[in-house]
Design a protein around this ligand. Structure first.
Ligand code: ACO
Length: 328
């Protein structure tokens, strides 16, 4: 069996933060941000909006799109780097909001989180007697971004996207191949250092701004291009297809230059590469499903299309997958 994507939905905060808004806050310029990242604006959650509230909104839209009710979902997975709170997991809040009583858990794999949950959800769906699995990538990165750090505040945005997975035939649409990885020796390149077991939150950590994301951007950039390409090639090989036979490439939206470098090395033209980073910035675990859902809604992606997904993030984690689009 395979797991096909049969419904999808997104949730985007209304509040836009443009490059010219950022020019007023930190020493930067619209030209620098567009040239170095490709980002023009990002969405920022209102005070009442949270990772779970965005996930619930996206989940409701995905159920509607799949034409199923909440009681037909047998498992919920939420991928996020910005959980609702440390305990309990975000899935508890999302499940309650959606009216679910099935099992749920979170996946923390940075910006590769969606590929991780797609693979996990597909494996559980196809090994058990589950009817549908709901996988959601949801983030409120604005809550952990230092508003005065120009090297990170220009990058991150908030949003969520959800996908319903449904069993499909062996040779039907769904997840065909995948590759997941993590190189923990790079853990120090990108992270939030306080608030966990190693350095619990305290007045000192707050005063030092350790609740915010810190990143060695250049080094992350270099490694990102390498892992996106290497992992994508593994997934392509496992699927028995070449990059030429891919209809759409949907990479994690972290930086337009990373996307272009990855596509170039994979020899996939930009016309076949889905890009929405200009509108949303980097929304971490939400970025790939957001781009996938928008491409599906716009009619770009057609039934039978082969899609290559590739993500990377804090850890450093990476994950890629080849899927065939369509309903079983
Ligand atoms: N505006 C103007 N100048 C800036 C800004 C800014 N917003 N930010 C940095 N600069 C300056 C730097 O201070 C530096 O100045 P200097 O030469 O005088 O020291 C200069 O611009 C170049 O800085 P770099 O860091 O070398 O710039 P780079 O071209 O590498 O772009 C960026 C920085 C955009 C962060 C890039 O490195 C990047 O995108 N890295 C990857 C990030 C990423 O993909 N993260 C993914 C994972 S996120 C997750 O998992 C949650």
């Amino acid at each position: 069996m395979r797991a096909a994507i049969t419904g999808w939905g997104i949730a985007i905060p209304k509040n836009r933060l443009t490059n010219s808004d950022l020019e007023k806050r930190v020493e930067t310029s619209n030209e620098w941000i567009v040239e170095r990242t490709g980002i023009k604006e990002r969405r920022i959650a209102e005070p009442g909006e949270t990772t779970a509230s965005l996930a619930i909104e996206a989940g409701e839209a995905a159920l509607k799109c799949a034409n199923i009710t909440a009681d037909e979902i047998d498992l919920l997975i939420v991928a996020t780097a910005t959980p609702e709170q440390p305990i309990p997991h975000t899935g508890a809040f999302v499940g309650e909001g959606l009216g679910l009583r099935c099992g749920s858990f979170d996946i923390s794999a940075g910006c590769a989180g969606f590929v991780y949950e797609l693979v996990t959800g597909s494996a559980l769906l196809t090994s058990g007697s589950l009817r549908h699995v709901l996988v959601i990538g949801a983030e409120t990165l604005s809550r952990v971004t230092d508003p005065n750090d120009r090297s990170t505040c220009i990058l991150f945005g908030d949003g969520a996207a959800a996908m319903v997975l449904t069993p499909s035939d062996d040779d039907g649409p769904g997840l065909i191949s995948w590759d997941l990885g993590c190189d923990g020796s790079s853990a120090g390149l990108l992270g939030i250092t306080a608030g966990g077991s190693r350095v619990p939150a305290s007045e000192k950590t707050i005063a030092a701004g350790m609740q915010y994301i810190k990143m060695q951007g250049q080094e992350v950039f270099r490694r990102a291009v390498r892992v996106v390409v290497d992992s994508a090639l593994i997934s392509l090989e496992r699927a028995g297809v070449t990059a030429n036979e891919i209809d759409w490439f949907i990479p994690h939206q972290a930086n337009l230059r990373i996307i272009e470098a990855g596509a170039r090395r994979l020899k996939i033209p930009m016309e076949k590469t889905v890009v929405n980073i200009d509108k949303y910035g980097n929304t971490s675990a939400a970025s790939i499903p957001l781009a996938l859902a928008e491409a599906a809604d716009s009619g770009k992606i057609k039934s039978g299309d082969r899609i290559l997904l590739s993500g990377f993030g804090a850890g450093m984690t990476w994950g890629s997958a080849v899927i065939e689009w369509g309903s079983p």
